[in-house]
Design a protein around this ligand. Structure first.
Ligand SMILES: [Zn+2]
Length: 200
């Protein structure tokens, strides 16, 4: 099919606009009822599952990015509404490397923002984490295979690049490392049901 120069330029603008900033579909999610929680995508829905299974992209513009700020706000409102201990952007239909997780390792149990996170090292051994659950996999719990510790880096809510070591643990102690692994999986298009292990 032939395409003229103007058409090509138009397509180029559309393509780069969606790649480097938030697309109109994503903006609709962010700014429809901007002060309310978003709908959580469910694996049982065919369209939702396509987005949940799609690997996310890094956020390029960290500073002064109103859309990113609105995404964080939406994630926070949605996590509170759903009583989650973490939530990742793909779960509300935004395929970006952004998630929130509870810092159970801290006494105040603060909510932390992770932008463009990476797992830089991990334990040689695994644990079988009991009763993993996910807002996108309703009415189900199961054991998932996790590293017993991970070392990670990400950009936090202060726009600072930070490095931490988190423990996988169990539900009765600090399991920040497992929450992080669970949310990190989301941005890779993976879910806890993909890594089952035998419950004790
Ligand atoms: Zn989940």
């Amino acid at each position: 099919m032939k395409i003229n120069k103007i058409g090509f330029l138009f397509l180029f603008i559309i393509f780069t606009a969606c790649k480097s900033s938030f697309c109109s579909r994503e903006k609709k999610i962010l700014y429809t009822n901007p002060d309310s929680p978003a709908r959580v995508l469910k694996i049982s829905d065919k369209k939702d599952s396509l987005l949940l299974r799609k690997p996310s992209k890094d956020v390029r513009k960290i500073e002064k990015n109103k859309d990113l700020e609105q995404l964080v706000k939406k994630l926070y409102l949605t996590m509170l509404e759903e009583n989650g201990v973490g939530i990742a952007a793909p779960q509300i239909g935004i395929n970006r490397n952004v998630f929130l997780f509870y810092r159970l390792d801290k006494e105040e149990k603060t909510v932390e923002l992770a932008i463009n996170p990476r797992i830089i090292s991990y334990s040689p051994e695994f644990i079988c984490f009991q009763k993993d659950g996910c807002l996108s996999v309703p009415d189900k719990y199961g054991a998932s295979r996790r590293y017993s510790w991970i070392e990670v880096e990400y950009i936090d809510q202060n726009k600072k690049k930070v490095t931490h070591k988190f423990l996988g643990g169990s539900r009765t102690e600090d399991y920040t490392g497992t929450i992080f692994q669970h949310e990190y999986d989301h941005i890779q298009g993976k879910l806890y049901i993909d890594k089952p292990c035998k419950s004790n």
